[in-house]
Design a protein around this ligand. Structure first.
Ligand SMILES: Cc1cc2nc3c(=O)[nH]c(=O)nc-3n(C[C@H](O)[C@H](O)[C@H](O)COP(=O)(O)O)c2cc1C
Length: 178
């Protein structure tokens, strides 16, 4: 399976990418090929809602969205990787999601598998449900098949993250993929 990992953190060596690394290790061991797109460091502009694309055409922005689009349209699975910012995904990753708009029809027709990997400072149970619900709704709308989530509560720094159960969970999520 061709898997595209959409990293959404400004921290290249941060907590969410550390969890994603574990996922990738498992997925590659299981024979899948993984493409990593560090979307937080790509040239991406937010959707301006001009509707010029008509949800299925060229976007007015000339930036790296075409790379993300072409990679996703050539994938079997997408993995959303994000730090939790005020109970949601990062603006960097949300920008990528909003820019699905110009190829929504084509992307939803792919019936991709999908997963979510998050990292937040707080360890309490009120930190993740909002992002998890958003992700699940996005899957339903985009015809993605949710194959799992790693909700990294208590993963405020890489040092905190590496001692959590989420490392193993991320690895296993990748490893068990079929
Ligand atoms: C703008 C901003 C908002 C944040 N909001 C939350 C939050 O709502 N809840 C929380 O537990 N941590 C919050 N954090 C902490 C990060 O989620 C946490 O440090 C995470 O490990 C960062 O992941 P990264 O290293 O992959 O970027 C926030 C951090 C920033 C910079």
């Amino acid at each position: 399976m061709k898997i595209t990992v959409l990293q959404g953190s400004p921290h290249k060596k941060g907590s969410s990418n550390l969890l994603a690394e574990q996922f990738i290790k498992g997925a590659e061991e299981a024979g899948h090929s993984v493409t990593i797109l560090d979307t937080a460091h790509m040239n991406m502009h937010p959707c301006i809602g001009c509707d010029r694309c008509g949800m299925n055409g060229e976007c007015v922005h000339k930036d790296d969205n075409n790379i993300i689009r072409d990679t996703l349209l050539n994938s079997d699975m997408v993995v959303f990787v994000t730090p939790i910012y005020y109970f949601g995904m990062s603006a960097q990753l949300k920008t990528v999601v909003d820019r699905f708009y110009s190829y929504t029809t084509r992307l939803s027709g792919k019936h991709l598998k999908a997963a979510l990997i998050t990292a937040a400072w707080d360890a309490n149970e009120d930190v993740m449900p909002y992002t998890a619900e958003h992700y699940k709704k996005l899957c339903r709308y985009m015809n993605f098949e949710d194959v799992g989530t790693v909700l990294g509560a208590g993963c405020g720094t890489p040092a905190m993250t590496k001692d959590t159960v989420h490392m193993q969970k991320a690895y296993e999520l990748g490893k068990k993929l079929i």
